[in-house]
Structures are given as C-alpha cells and as structure tokens.
Design a binder for this molecule. Structure first.
Ligand code: SDX
Length: 435
C-alpha cells in the first residue's frame, strides 16, 4: 500500500466574500508545492477553475518527475539520459513497476514472467479478422486490448494485489505481440508467434518483420535503438493518456479496459498521434526552402496549422527525450548507411530556424519527443500508421504503474470534477403548439 509522502509546508490564505480561508500547503520531494483545496467547496461554496489542468496536481506520485524549466525527466529518480545509455526497456519496466532497479535474481524472475506471457489467446487472433485490412493500427489496439478483459477474467479483480500483478505482466508482455499482429494484419501477412529465447524488443521486431518464407535475423544495433526508443516513451507523469487511465481506474474498471482508454486518448494528434503528424508535416514541407512558409503559417493566429512535434505543456525548455531521440535517429541512419535522409535535413533546419525565431522563443516552444521519432521509426521499417501504436506499446508500462499507484493510494476515490455552469437558468416546459 502506498503511504502518503507529502509533508505539510504551511498554509495559503484565500480571501473570498469578506471571509478568509487557511488552506494547507503540501510539499513533495521535488517540484512546486501544492495547495490542498479538497475542503474549499465544502467550506466556501466555491470551485477552482482550471480547464486543461495547467495548475492542478491530480494526485501524489513517486513514479516520474519532470522539471519543465530545466528539461529534466526522472523515472523513480533516475535520469532519462542515464537510463537510455545504461539500461534496457525491460529493466525500466521493472523500475517503473516496483520502484527500484532489480538485482540479478529479481530481473531473472521478472524476465521469465514477462516472456511466458507474450502469447495471446488463440481466439484473440480471430478478433483481428473483424477489422478491414486498412484499419488504423490504433483502432485495432483500442479494440483488442479492451477485449483482453473478456479473455483474462482471472486477473480483473482490482482489489487482489496478485491479480493486479498478473494483469500488469500480461499487458506488458502482450502489447508487443498485439502491436505486431496489428501490423501483420494490415500487411496481409501471417501472424508470427513470439520466441522465448529472444529478448523483449528483439521478439517484437521479429514478430513484426519476420515472414515464414525465410529466416529473420534481428539487427542488434537496430534492436538497441528500438529498445532505447521504448525507454524514452515509457512514462511521463500525469499526461493526458495517463490521466485517462487513472480516471477510468478510479471507477474500479478492470486494467485492460483502463489501458484501452489510455490508448484511445494517446491517439490524438495533440498527444501521441503527433509522431505520425510530425512525419506527415515533414513530408509536406519536403525541402528546406519551403520551411519559411510553414514557420509563417505556424505563427499565424488565423491559421490552425501547428508545427507538429513542437511545444509541450510542461517542457518550457528542450524535451530531454528529443535530444536522445535525435541520437537514435543518427544511430539508425548510420547502421543503415542512410547518409542524406532529406527529411532529417528538413527537421534539423526547421529546428534551427524555429529556435532562433522570436515567436517560438517567447512561447518557449522546443522540439518534443515526437519531432524526431517519426523519421527514425520510418527508417526502422515501420509505416507511419504504426508510429502511435509503438508509442502505446512503450507507454503501457507507465500507464499500468500509474494505475497500480492510483489503486494503492490511501486518498484514492472516484475522479469526479465539477464545472462552472453557464447554461440556462430553470425554465418552464413549453408545449409544441406554443413554440
Ligand atoms: C506528447 O503531456 C505530456 O507529457 C505528453 C507527452 C507524453 O510523453 O505523454 O510528452 C507526449 O503529447 C508530446 C506533445 C506532442 N504534440 C505535438 O507535438 C502537437 C503540437 N504541439 C501543440 O499542439 C502544443 O504544443 C501542445 C498540445 C503539445 C501543448 O499545448 P498547450 O500546453 O495547451 O499550449 P498551448 O496550446 O496553450 O500553446 C501555447 C501557445 C499558443 O499560442 P497563444 O494562444 O499563446 O497565442 O503556443 C502556441 C499556441 O498557439 N503553440 C504553437 C505550438 N504549440 C503551441 N504554435 C505553433 N506550433 C506549435 N507546435
């Protein structure tokens, strides 16, 4: 069970309608303090107003810390740069789930459990055949992950810690299999079963790109790049899709349904769908000489065009994942002997121009994780439609770790925000003949 770690840090006084209210202030280990307004409505009959939750902490969490001003991202206290350089995705999964880096025995037990949950129920495969071949992989992921709750009844009791752990391992283990199946289905190729003697990411690449007609050998450099890309996407504090998972979970919904809700939210182009949108934008720009035209459009308040892969609610400095993503792009291009990828040139020049432009500087708009991921994933062989499915694959561990934390939170209750009502006052019904 999670214990409260926030500590009292004085009070904040609110003056409202000739009364003043002392509100407790809470301090965490890093980042801004929080004013505890839980009693405000009951005491002062007033709501706070924060659409988009720009100034609202929805929970207390030990999992991920972001310092948007300094461009810092920590998973359980470890910096994303250290983890990207020294760790592997499955070890990061253990860290996010259990709070500390595993020792050899813990890692072996975890690795064995995940490996032995990678297959999906054979009847789940027939689910795919209900989709059109050109269905977007995210539509398939939403549907199939939600359907897991119909197959794994023995791990849907959210009050049983053992069942929660099995469901968590099942989701982490099966999401690559489901993502690979979504790709194979769209290609009209047969599904490829997982192999237990392969690592997590190698297994995924083989299930995605192998065909029965010939041996498939995983390229270790590309597998390492893919694994690092998964690390970069694993968790990110209370982003839109994580908040969706928490809200769905707060009603007691089973973990498979909650993760399906997270996948649905991630799909949006303002969120995880931005990697697909960013690549399409780079393809539309096409050449370096057309960049000024698009910068102008991005700055035009009457044009709803935005530079996809730029800007972030929290990072008002460079997204540390974007730097690491750029490094993966170079590693993949070097391994594949791609030396003059035109879209990389467009991306680098677009970044250079934007970072010198007063509009982007004043609004603190920097490249985010989605800016370089698209060109890298395309070089790895994935179609654009698979980009957000890969984001969902990697984020599943973050969603499930946050879901677990929410369930174990002693303060946890069903999420139910209020509103500032601006509609009609009460009025009498008017019969049709009098309207
Ligand atoms: C992810 O939350 C997370 O942690 C998400 C994520 C994760 O790991 O889970 O990091 C993953 O979603 C990354 C973001 C991917 N989305 C995009 O790249 C889409 C393009 N970016 C924008 O849509 C936007 O920057 C958001 C959605 C990311 C953030 O939007 P905010 O915080 O609500 O900021 P805003 O829309 O209020 O923008 C502030 C200003 C606005 O101008 P003004 O109204 O002040 O005049 O900056 C402008 C915006 O018009 N602006 C942009 C811009 N992003 C913001 N102008 C041009 N191009 C952009 N990309």
């Amino acid at each position: 069970m999670n214990v409260r770690k926030a500590v009292p840090a004085g009070t904040a006084t609110l003056a409202y309608r000739d009364k003043s209210y002392d509100l407790p202030v809470l301090a965490g280990t890093e980042g801004p303090n929080a004013i505890d307004i839980r009693k405000l409505y009951g005491e002062a009959d007033v709501f706070t107003y924060d659409p988009g939750f720009t100034s609202t902490a929805s929970c207390e969490s030990d999992i991920t810390f972001i310092d948007g001003e300094r461009g810092i991202l920590l998973y359980r206290g470890y910096s994303i740069d250290d983890l990207a350089q020294h760790s592997c995705f499955l070890e990061v999964c253990y860290l996010l789930l259990y709070g500390n880096l595993p020792d050899k025995r813990q890692m072996a037990v975890f690795h064995r459990s995940i490996t032995h949950h990678t297959m999906v129920h054979e009847q789940l495969a027939s689910f795919f055949h209900g989709f059109r071949r050109d269905a977007h992989p995210m539509a398939i992921m939403c549907g199939v992950v939600g359907a897991l709750s119909a197959f794994y009844h023995d791990s849907t009791d959210i009050n049983d810690p053992k069942q929660r752990e099995i469901a968590s391992h099942r989701l982490i283990a099966k999401i690559p299999t489901i993502a690979a199946m979504a790709y194979k289905y769209s290609m009209g190729q047969p599904f490829v079963y997982p192999l237990n003697n392969l690592g997590y990411t190698e297994n995924f690449l083989r299930m995605t790109f192998a065909v029965p007609a010939e041996e498939y050998k995983v390229n270790p450099v590309l597998a390492k790049a893919m694994d690092t890309i998964f690390i970069l996407h694993a968790d990110h504090e209370q982003n839109a899709s994580t908040s969706t998972v928490r809200l769905a979970g707060s009603s007691g919904a089973n973990p498979f349904a909650c993760i399906a809700a997270g996948i649905a939210c991630l799909w949006g182009p303002a969120h995880g769908g931005a990697n697909e949108a960013a690549l399409k934008m780079l393809e539309e720009i096409g050449t370096v000489d057309r960049i000024p035209e698009y910068i102008k459009r991005a700055k035009d308040p009457n044009d709803n065009f935005r530079l996809m892969g730029f800007g972030h609610r929290v990072y008002k400095n460079y997204d540390p994942r974007a730097k690491a993503m750029q490094a993966q792009a170079h590693a993949v291009f070097d391994e594949l002997g791609i030396h003059d990828e035109p879209l990389l040139k467009v991306a680098l020049e677009l970044e250079r121009i934007a970072l010198q432009d007063e509009y982007f500087i004043s609004k603190k708009l920097y490249p985010n994780i989605d800016f370089y991921s698209g060109i890298t994933l395309r070089a790895l062989g994935f179609p654009t439609s698979m980009f957000t499915a890969l984001f969902a694959l990697a984020r599943t561990v973050g969603w499930i770790a946050q879901w677990q934390e929410m369930i174990e939170d002693p303060d946890q209750k069903i999420g139910r925000p209020r509103q500032l009502y601006t509609g009609q006052k009460r009025r009498a019904y008017v019969p049709m003949e009098d309207r």
